[in-house]
Ligand binder design. Structure first.
Ligand SMILES: [Zn+2]
Length: 215
């Protein structure tokens, strides 16, 4: 099974990814993780990407496409979940071309949809332990003592990016970029719009029901 997982920052993509790869024994291919690995290992591709990032630019489409298509070519036959890729119509079209040459295609696109207010509440309520990186939430995942880490008692912090203004801008950018991608996929693939406003377990069950006929 080959799956593309789409979802705005804060839509719970990471959590759902974990559920899906465990249940269906798929490989999790996160473009962010793979790029970090290339940079850490100092590969030719990693160095090229780094030079863009050092100058504050986005890593160009072509580099990401080559990197991911190479990764996908080496993925086991069982399949994978793509996370963070494709992000543009160009990336999706190039991915399709590469898959078609092997008579393959993406089986399902899971489009996690979350209400803006809910994402803002999820992200602005997040608190991080600076010492052990544990993540809490002021409403949904409270520490035992207000404002302090359960494990080491450190004072919990809010990430500077986790403010309503930053979240709303990120969401706007995401929607602008992703809407054409969803349209592209709706013309030729199976797109499941998933209501991701609920608790993670309920969203998971909804996804499993959609994927069951494909498994
Ligand atoms: Zn801690």
């Amino acid at each position: 099974m080959r799956i593309v997982l789409l979802g705005a920052p804060g839509a719970g993509k990471g959590t759902q990814c974990k559920y899906i790869v465990e249940k269906y024994r798929l490989l999790h291919l996160s473009s962010g993780d793979i790029l970090r690995r290339h940079r850490a290992q100092g590969t030719a591709l990693g160095k090229k990407a780094q030079s863009y990032m050092d100058s504050g630019a986005l890593v160009p489409d072509d580099i990401i496409i080559d990197m991911m298509i190479d990764e996908i070519a080496r993925a086991p036959a069982g399949g994978y979940v793509l996370d963070g890729f494709p992000r543009t119509v160009k990336q999706a079209a190039d991915l399709d071309k590469a898959l078609e040459s092997k008579k393959q295609k993406i089986d399902a696109i899971l489009n996690l949809q979350v209400n803006e207010k809910i994402i803002v509440r999820r992200i602005t309520g997040r608190r991080i332990c600076p010492k052990c990186a544990a993540v809490y939430h002021v409403e949904n995942l409270k520490p035992r003592v207000d404002g302090k880490c359960d494990k080491d008692g450190s004072l919990l912090l809010q990430r500077p990016d986790d403010t309503a203004e930053v979240v709303i801008t990120r969401l706007k950018n995401y929607n602008e970029q992703t809407a054409p991608l969803v349209d592209y996929y709706k013309r030729k693939n199976t797109v499941f719009d998933i209501d991701a406003n609920e608790e993670a377990e309920n969203v998971r069950d909804l996804i499993f029901r959609k994927l069951a006929p494909l498994a």
